[in-house]
Write a protein that binds this ligand. Structure first.
Ligand SMILES: [Zn+2]
Length: 170
């Protein structure tokens, strides 16, 4: 069994604490990515969306899906409490852990529903990152703010192996 940890990186100009609008365990924040079938290697045509509110809270998968090509069934289960807001340019911050059976998650897509704070403490809500960047102006601090160079990656982590615990805490 492997888990996939989604980490994000960005250039933050006069901004900090980039995270889903309701925090890293936001039940309604949708994670969009493609799934690669481990049986036949096919990629889903479009991104699929999963969010914590799709779960029943008892550990059942948040998504169950049959591969269109080889008909193998796979699932995606989200694992909360691993995320941290992105505070600094250049560092990866863990956002969400996924337990995927039969699939590998690839190509995470940034969309809407983010929040971020300026270094002067002003909140920017429902930030849309689907264009790959965000720019605004902090009225209180009187300076421009910007998010750019967004990057996301899924890292394989194997439960029980040395380093796993440290790794998920990043
Ligand atoms: Zn398949």
């Amino acid at each position: 069994m492997v888990h996939f940890l989604l980490g994000i990186r960005a250039k933050l100009e006069s901004l900090t604490n980039l995270q889903p609008q309701g925090g890293c365990n936001d039940p309604n924040f949708t994670y969009l990515f493609k799934l690669k079938c481990e049986g036949c290697g096919e990629l889903t045509e479009k991104e699929i969306g999963v969010r914590l509110s799709l779960g029943n809270g008892k550990g059942a998968p948040h998504l169950v899906r049959k591969c269109k090509f080889c008909e193998r069934e796979g699932s995606v289960t989200m694992m909360a409490d691993r995320g941290r807001p992105l505070t600094q340019t250049g560092l990866y911050s863990p956002l969400m852990m996924f337990n995927c059976k039969g699939y590998e998650p690839v190509d995470f897509v940034f969309s809407g529903g983010w929040k971020v704070e300026s270094v002067a403490g002003t909140s920017f809500d429902n930030v849309d990152l689907s264009k790959g960047e965000f720019s605004g102006y902090d009225e209180r601090g009187e300076f421009p703010v910007m998010i750019s160079k967004l990057h996301a990656t899924f890292t394989v982590v194997t439960p029980g192996r040395p380093g796993y615990r440290n790794f998920v805490r990043w």
